[in-house]
Design a protein. Structure first.
Length: 283
């Protein structure tokens, strides 16, 4: 792997802080990520944030097809040149913001489930995860790298400050496994914090699905939007259009003490609560 510093200098480019650009500079780490994804010859891979190709090239050598998304047009030109020089022809480079990508259409077009990979920028990680959750029936698994702070929130269990909305949503519909740490020294420019690689397997934890999944996600959002408040007050102050009495009744009927707070509820408890509200609200 050519040093990211050298590659960027050769093209007279600089890392864009506003885009969260920190480039993986260790080929051993890149190889370890690809091996952890267990990419096989028949797989179609969606790579989020292709950058300089640290993951793109080793993925392409294993997969049938790679859709590599890169918003930065200058990086896309650089990467396209690298792919040509390497003789790789199974990469479709998509020059766009991944948030505007229709993953469902991609899944339908390829006729199978996609493997998603990438190093997600901190400021977009939550939005991208919600996007993947919405499209999960077209995704077999995702191997994603996050800043460690966010990764710890994703895998957090009830009872702690790290436990929050995105973690609950993801744990509702997927089994999330921590794979390994990646030190900040393995990136250029060096970020202030280490990263963590997670594996997400969709469908693995959905034994008790919600009656109305959209409502479930609204309930989760409402509960955590006022996380310092009791659940009764948080729900009553939310966009769920219920008053304090209805919130109190819903919680008690769901076997949940109204004075508890959002971070104490397990995923199954959120499902029970949303199922009751679905009945009450006539959804």
């Amino acid at each position: 792997m050519t040093s990211p510093r050298i590659m960027l200098k050769a093209w007279n480019l600089r890392p864009q802080k506003r885009l969260g650009q920190n480039f993986l500079s260790d080929s051993n780490i890149a190889q370890r990520i690809v091996e952890s994804a267990k990419v096989e010859a028949q797989d179609v891979v969606l790579e989020i944030g292709a950058g300089l190709g640290a993951l793109t090239i080793p993925i392409a050598k294993r997969a049938a097809k790679v859709f590599a998304v890169e918003k930065d047009r200058n990086l896309a030109r650089l990467l396209r040149t690298e792919l040509t020089a390497t003789g790789i022809v199974n990469v479709d480079l998509l020059e766009q913001d991944v948030r505007h990508l229709n993953v469902q259409d991609l899944g339908l077009a390829t006729g199978g489930k996609i493997v998603v990979m990438g190093n997600l920028p901190y400021n977009l990680s939550s939005q991208i995860l919600v996007q993947l959750i919405d499209a999960r029936r077209f995704i077999s698994r995702a191997i994603l790298m996050f800043q460690k702070e966010l990764a710890q929130r994703i895998v957090a269990q009830p009872g702690g400050r790290d436990y929050g909305r995105i973690g609950v949503m993801l744990q509702y519909c997927a089994a999330v496994t921590t794979l390994f740490d990646v030190k900040a020294t393995h990136f250029y420019p060096r970020p202030q914090v280490d990263s963590l690689v997670l594996e997400v397997r969709f469908g693995a934890n959905n034994e008790n699905p919600a009656v109305d999944e959209a409502l479930l996600f609204r309930v989760i959002k409402a509960a955590f939007s006022k996380r310092r408040k009791t659940l009764k007050n948080a729900l009553a102050a939310s966009e769920l259009s219920i008053d304090a009495h209805q919130a109190d009744t819903a919680l008690q009927q769901s076997g949940i003490d109204p004075v508890r707070r959002a971070e104490t509820l397990s995923v199954p408890e959120f499902v029970v609560l949303s199922n009751y509200l679905s009945h009450v609200l006539g959804n």
